[in-house]
Design a protein around this ligand. Structure first.
Ligand code: HEC
Ligand code: HEC
Ligand code: HEC
Ligand code: HEC
Ligand code: HEC
Length: 339
């Protein structure tokens, strides 16, 4: 097996060409063809049982239902988290991201510094109020739609670009098993071309009319609070572009990272591509494997190459995902490449 990162472009022209092509791939795929995520099969609780106790539940049932089945809702109750806390000194320093206070101060500015742990209702994990509540009691959202039920305000953390900073408040730090993915994202071609965490991780749920004068006929996208996760095979498959290239040195399988950050994005996970090569007469020539782990990961925007046997005309690629949080490895991709 030969595994080599694609050559680092030596001059600015090549770099510009690479960025432009990354941008065009990105634009061709934006918005991401997201669907509601498949149910998880990892034996954990499917959703936070106590979600219906949220004060928001009677009025925002759709958001509560979607959120309740995410690891944001389960960030406190999750077994992996509770197990890590056993016998740990200074566990309080962990709680700031797993059961945080409201992250916005007055008006709509994000609080500076590390998120702080909240004193009560920790079982709601990364709660509605963590993301939406401002210190003056107003609920911040994408439009700030007025209502008699509570004060609302339009917040920059909920418009297309501002939302990245909200996500980064917890996803920028490398701590315990966590990789600060937002740092990768900030340097990515996708970010430069307008990609967002929300655009890839919260699927569109509905198009609704924009309210106001002078915007008649315009619509905006309401997004689902269900998070798209790599444990959903269809979502994970969106993260890679596979091509069979005929290089002077011989046939090559190229695996390009289309995610907004490195893959895999959490310690302990493994992603494996098994390529079975055959010649023009469909005679099998051999098998090559490319494995992505915490140590040998696919960097943001990177393309890795896998050399194939000389007479390769077709290749069948199987993608397998090993996540210690799941009972067994999952096949997330099956593809035939050839003439
Ligand atoms: C800066 C915010 C932050 C702090 C502080 C933090 N975490 Fe996390 N934690 C996260 C994020 C974000 C994830 C999700 C990572 C992912 O899924 O890629 C996570 C995930 C985890 C997971 C994985 C849970 C699972 O579903 O498998 C464990 C376990 C965990 N954290 C333990 C800890 C421990 C122990 C501490 C304290 C030493 C800690 N965390 C402190 C943000 C944080
Ligand atoms: C991790 C942060 C986060 C959490 C937790 C969260 N939200 Fe949101 N919410 C967002 C973001 C980001 C948007 C805007 C998404 C978009 O349309 O771009 C949003 C949008 C909304 C909207 C506006 C929907 C619309 O018209 O577009 C409502 C209402 C809402 N959230 C309620 C809730 C409730 C209720 C909960 C708890 C069950 C919750 N949110 C939990 C981040 C969060
Ligand atoms: C008694 C009903 C009621 C309760 C309880 C309630 N809301 Fe609302 N909320 C509304 C209505 C009505 C609107 C305006 C229309 C809409 O966006 O649904 C609204 C608007 C919002 C918005 C603004 C969305 C935008 O347009 O930007 C957010 C964010 C929000 N609510 C979050 C919450 C959260 C979080 C809770 C719980 C802490 C909560 N609400 C509790 C009824 C309620
Ligand atoms: C208050 C801290 C916090 C904020 C803000 C936050 N997250 Fe998270 N996120 C977490 C934690 C903690 C976990 C992991 C919980 C666990 O596994 O126990 C997580 C997990 C995730 C996961 C992995 C889901 C899975 O099941 O594998 C994704 C994707 C994610 N967050 C996206 C986002 C996006 C997008 C935003 C911005 C809209 C955001 N997060 C904002 C703390 C946060
Ligand atoms: C261009 C689309 C795209 C963008 C932008 C993007 N992601 Fe991802 N994300 C993915 C894909 C695809 C995966 C699955 C690949 C993997 O398993 O690492 C993923 C996986 C994740 C995971 C799960 C890691 C794990 O194993 O639990 C987290 C957490 C996450 N992203 C957070 C973020 C945050 C935070 C941002 C913004 C700073 C962001 N993502 C931006 C596409 C994207």
């Amino acid at each position: 097996m030969k595994l080599q990162p694609s050559l680092v472009p030596a001059c600015a022209v090549a770099l510009a060409a690479l960025l432009a092509s990354a941008r065009s791939v990105w634009q061709a795929r934006a918005p991401w063809p997201l669907k509601p995520p498949a149910a998880l099969s990892d034996g954990r609780p499917e959703k936070l049982a106590r979600a219906s106790e949220l004060s928001c539940a009677p009025c925002h049932a759709a958001q509560v239902e979607e959120w309740a089945a995410t690891t944001h809702a389960l960030a406190w109750e999750n077994e992996p988290y509770q197990e890590e806390l056993v016998g740990r000194k200074k566990a309080e320093s962990c709680h700031g991201c797993h059961a945080p206070v409201a992250l916005h101060g007055a008006l709509d500015a994000l609080l500076a510094g590390k998120p702080q742990a909240r004193a009560d209702a920790r079982h709601f994990g990364v709660s509605c109020e963590s993301c939406h509540l401002a210190t003056d009691g107003a609920l911040l959202g994408p439009t700030g739609a007025a209502t008699d039920e509570h004060a609302t305000r339009k917040g920059t953390s909920f418009d297309a670009q501002g939302s990245n900073a909200l996500c980064a408040s917890c996803h920028r730090t490398t701590v315990g098993p966590v990789i600060g993915l937002a740092r990768d994202f900030e340097q990515s071609a996708g970010a430069a071309a307008g990609a967002t965490c929300v655009g890839c991780h919260m699927a569109p749920r509905a198009e609704v009319p924009v309210e106001g004068v002078g915007v008649e006929g315009r619509t905006r996208t309401v997004r689902s609070h269900s998070l798209q996760t790599p444990r959903d095979p269809a979502f994970l498959a969106l993260g890679f572009e596979l091509t069979l290239a005929h290089e002077p040195a011989g046939p090559t399988l190229r695996v390009r990272n289309l995610a907004g950050h490195r893959v895999p994005g959490l310690i302990g996970r493994e992603i494996e591509f098994v390529a079975t090569a055959s010649d023009a007469a469909l005679e099998e020539l051999g098998r090559e494997t490319l494995t992505l782990t915490t140590e040998s990961y696919l960097r943001v925007d990177e393309t890795l190459e896998l050399a194939l046997p000389a007479r390769t005309a077709r290749v069948r690629v199987l993608g397998r995902h090993h996540d210690p949080r799941m009972d067994k490895p999952v096949t997330f991709l099956e593809r035939e490449l050839g003439p």
